[in-house]
Design a protein. Structure first.
Length: 259
């Protein structure tokens, strides 16, 4: 079973407690995917406490046969996060069951193909101190952006996209539909990068479901004929569960529509 949730901001144990209350089955493989602003590690001054939180979280995840994956948001200490080496699978292992997905990478998780691209422009810029509340690495590099494009063109399938920001085109559609009211966010450089990816995914993988966080809202924007093929879900503290069968049915339906 796949589960998606939004910004954690370091409060990992509370989110895992909410997750356990869903009645997760220990005898099946599960994955919890966080759409950015994981928030651990955060401060060198609370390093020991944060390590204990990760240790306790690891015990619970292992007990329930769950691996937690997350993309980075803008509220990450990138200096500490990027000090963790990247494994061959494109993830950083904070713990065996807690893994950060690098930008522009594709992962097969519980039989589903998940494209990951974190980052967002922080609203703390100009207010807080660089390297204390926000980091330059919150914005993607040219290498990361190019990697994402190459990954999508090489991919044979994408079931889910998980990012922190949303693509600017999706945000524009939601503004026009009256379900989202922050047009200033359309200038986020990451949203513009994600818009490039959205156009590729719309064409190549129209069955995909896009999850993102960042905006502290919970809503879903469904496919609309002649406008978008994709389903977009903005997710915050809610936890969304998706089983493999529903993904399979959605994929088959999409193939039938293209015939």
């Amino acid at each position: 079973m796949l589960f998606f949730t939004g910004d954690v901001h370091g409060d990992l144990l509370r989110r895992i407690h909410s997750f356990r209350n869903l009645g997760v089955k220990r005898d099946e493989l599960n994955a919890l995917i966080v759409a950015g602003d994981f928030g651990l590690p955060w401060s060198p001054h609370s390093h020991a406490k944060e390590q204990r939180v990760l240790d306790v979280a690891e015990k619970h995840l292992n007990l329930y046969n769950v691996t937690l994956y997350f993309v980075d948001g803008n509220h990450e200490n990138f200096d500490m996060l990027y000090a963790i080496p990247t494994a061959d699978d494109g993830t950083r292992h904070l713990r065996p069951h807690i893994r950060h997905m690098s930008r522009g990478t594709l992962h097969t998780i519980n039989g589903c193909d998940v494209f990951a691209f974190g980052g967002a422009m922080s609203t703390d810029r100009g207010i807080e101190e660089l390297g204390r509340s926000y980091w330059t690495q919150e914005l993607p590099t040219c290498t990361e952006t190019r990697r994402g494009i190459e990954t999508l063109y090489a991919a044979k399938n994408v079931d889910f996209v998980v990012s922190h920001a949303a693509p600017s085109g999706a945000l524009s559609m939601m503004c026009k539909a009256g379900i989202w009211f922050e047009p200033a966010r359309l200038t986020d450089p990451v949203a513009k990068v994600l818009e490039e990816y959205r156009l590729i995914i719309e064409e190549r993988f129209p069955h995909a479901h896009w999850f993102y966080g960042h905006y502290h809202e919970n809503f879903t924007y469904p496919p609309i004929k002649w406008l978008t093929n994709l389903t977009y879900t903005c997710i915050y503290e809610r936890i969304c569960a998706i089983n493999e069968q529903s993904v399979f049915l959605k994929r088959e339906k999409s193939r039938e529509e293209r015939l």
